[in-house]
Design a protein around this ligand. Sequence first.
Ligand SMILES: Nc1nc2c(ncn2[C@@H]2O[C@H](COP(=O)(O)OP(=O)(O)O)[C@@H](O)[C@H]2O)c(=O)[nH]1
Ligand SMILES: [Mg+2]
Length: 483
Amino acid sequence: MALDGSPDDTICAIATPVGEGGIGIVRISGPNATDVARQVIRFRSNQSFQATASHMLYTVDIFGPPLIDPHKDSVADESWSHSNLIDEGLAVYMKGPRSFTGEDVVEIHCHGSGIALKRVCEACVAAGARLAQPGEFTKRAFLNGRLDLSQAEAVLDTITAKSELGLKMAQRHLRGALGQQVSGLRNSLMAVLAHVEAGIDFSDEDISFVGRTELIASIEGTRMQIQQMVSTATAGRILREGGRIAIVGKPNVGKSSLLNTLLKANRAIVTDIPGTTRDLIEDSVEWQGLRLTFVDTAGLRDTSDVVEQEGIRRSRMAQEESDVVLHVVDAAEVGKTATAAFVSPGLARHDVIVMNKIDLLNSGTVVQLCETLSQDSSHTVVPISVRTGEGIAELKRLIEALFLGPSLEANDGLIITNLRHRLALERAMSCLDQALTSISSDVQPEFVAVDLREASDALGEVVGEITSDDVLNRIFSEFCIGK
Ligand SMILES: Nc1nc2c(ncn2[C@@H]2O[C@H](COP(=O)(O)OP(=O)(O)O)[C@@H](O)[C@H]2O)c(=O)[nH]1
Ligand SMILES: [Mg+2]
């Protein structure tokens, strides 16, 4: 949705979720916020907005749209009768710039009734406010310099957080940690750029303001820091959206049993009949603040059953769409045949081989099979028994480590969770690469300056110092109305 409408308008919206709740809040922001509110609420204590202290809560009666007296052509005082009463509640006035948007803000808190809130909003519109567009409050906060763009996006991430860790990261971004890091990098690039440009200006006099080695070292240093940030992006996406783990393997190896154990629920049917699971079965759990979705799949085998064939096709798809794949094999079977038969060609970097049913073998054999299988496949092999529970804790720890381990420690725990940020950082990196190539092939400093400026602009986009209206509109239209 386009965010037209003048920034000088006073806007209003229901700020709490749809549905019934203890309380609901209508937020009004803009130059006429108090004028609008004055027509909708009456202070119980006979106060007025001029006299009320900012950032205090007051008990109020809330009234519907004022009736116009046709003879007087103005708001009739008697019309503030009880027939117009919507609800009683509280009002708070936050005088700009000490408010979320930086403008004058009034919040009207009433009971969380959908009807009451809608009527309060209508009353505000009748009193001269306009309904806010999605994200318009946050957009104003950004335009008024209350938040940088990465912080504004963190507001959305906070609202939509899917896990505790996702919330924690959104909060770090909201407090400006990412903005500070990126601005710091941008400032150091600008300093380098200034030197290069000074070098250009004085080139006739052949004065080199910054030594070549120094220049290269400085650009490489910045590039490395950006790369470190980019390397956290996969973990960031998983924090935001959660991770997907597919459980695949031949029929009857214990995939569904494993799913049930990991979910601690009897989600999938388990039988000793091969081909029991024919469709994808998935469910999510939260571990260590991380939301993980496990997908149980149909066993992979040649079959003439069309339903099972479709199930197998879906297994392959689930495998492709997952971040991690658990390849389950039956320990007793591994013992019988050459291990090569168990190393599926579809093994990807993060995949794990899970050797189930180790309760059927003695522990010496298990250790030996694990070693051979992991050597032949160059993958981690985790021996487990769903039946006895052996190895399950180790498997869980491994999965957690795969998702969060290295990236959480990189970059001081600050993680890139937003695709837009990642793309901008990658662009900055490739501009710096270009600059480094230019320097090493001795091209004119002017070209180096262009690349450095582009890199610095790309960083500026992350915090919103350099951003087009289109981009802003796209970002804020993702918000809900009232935010
Ligand atoms: N001995 C033993 N049997 C298991 C174990 N895990 C699963 N099974 C059995 O193996 C059979 C197939 O299990 P299921 O989960 O349906 O396998 P799927 O076809 O891969 O989904 C069932 O009879 C399970 O009870 C295990 O750790 N040890
Ligand atoms: Mg199954």
